[in-house]
Design a binder for this molecule. Structure first.
Ligand code: NAP
Length: 285
């Protein structure tokens, strides 16, 4: 297949690497000529440039630009596509973006690979990033079954686990397991930064080990992406944050009251919930 990738950053270039290695022809379009040159040198694309007209002969086009660029980029790309081209994206929020893109391209199929790293840009791209990771597709009533089947096959070739779901259900679910943790982790970093004694702050950093590394990792990711998630998935993220605040208040009360039985029950429940999660490698995305 001839696949067009728009936005050759972490996700776009990683998809391009795997599909090209799988024998597909890749046309890359990105904002910067430097990125295109690097993509050529790294063997990410067969050809590329900054002009969306390059996508005219693509069978499938994947929009891999930041969330706040998806709709304007879709508007620029659509007039150049073949009528039967498959158009999809990788954005981390689905419902509001699908609603805006469907009038531009009725067959648009939303997508979201649940994989990533804390890095960004083409230099961070890696092959096999999506292997054994969930990759969500969110078809709508306008989706053509044949196009959905073709896209499922392509995603399957990445070694990813394809999941189909409703865009709203996707946004509600990822608010819990992806977007809420970013802000919880960032707030944790913010709280610890309030230590007034510089000697204690330095000692804490010297003593920090794997627990601190694990709980702060997602708070230290790409700020642009975190802010976009708060903007586009505001309602579901706020619901999660309100519930989290309630949980914190409950914990504070139990500790203030030295209610060791309640604290034990609370941590036993969380321990059980954690062990019920299966043992696969968890993803960032
Ligand atoms: P990224 O590494 O910053 O890459 C985004 C790329 O988009 C940049 O390399 C930039 O290209 C290009 N770009 C920006 N504006 C453009 C425009 N107007 N036209 C063409 N190209 C443009 O970001 P990313 O992490 O790959 O994220 C991309 C998308 O993937 C986002 O929608 C995000 O929600 C989604 N996603 C991210 C993750 C994650 O963990 N990072 C996981 C799953 C999904 P230049 O280098 O040419 O400027």
């Amino acid at each position: 297949m001839h696949i067009g990738i728009v936005g050759l950053g972490l996700i776009g270039a990683s998809l391009a690497l795997d599909w090209r290695q799988g024998g597909h022809r890749i046309t890359g379009v990105s904002r910067s000529a430097t990125t295109i040159a690097i993509a050529g040198e790294r063997g990410v694309i067969d050809r590329g440039g900054t002009e969306v007209s390059l996508l005219a002969t693509c069978d499938v086009v994947v929009l891999c630009v930041p969330l706040d660029r998806l709709v304007p980029v879709a508007a620029a790309v659509c007039p150049h596509l073949q009528p039967d081209a498959i158009l999809t994206d990788v954005g981390s929020v689905k419902a509001p973006l699908i609603q805006a893109i469907i009038p531009l391209w009725p067959g648009f199929i939303g997508g979201h690979p649940m994989a990533g790293t804390a890095e960004q840009g083409i230099q961070a791209a890696q092959s096999q990033l999506f292997r054994q990771r969930p990759y969500v597709l969110t078809p709508t009533a306008q989706t053509q079954p044949q196009q959905l089947a073709q896209l499922q096959t392509l995603v399957g070739e990445l070694g990813a686990q394809v999941l189909l779901c409703d865009p709203h259900a996707h946004d509600r679910a990822v608010a819990w397991i992806s977007h809420l943790p970013i802000w919880v982790s960032a707030a944790l970093l913010g709280a610890v930064a309030q230590e007034p004694d510089p000697a204690i702050a330095t000692l804490a950093q010297q003593l920090a080990s794997s627990g601190w590394r694990d709980t702060t990792r997602v708070g230290g990711g790409n700020p642009e992406l975190g802010v976009c998630l708060a903007h586009y998935n505001r309602e579901h993220l706020l619901r999660g944050l309100y519930q989290y605040r309630q949980e914190l208040n409950q914990v504070i009360t139990m500790i203030e009251q030295q209610d060791m039985a309640a604290l034990t029950a609370y941590l036993q429940a969380s321990q059980q919930a954690r062990t019920q999660l299966d043992d696969r490698n968890f993803t960032q995305g």
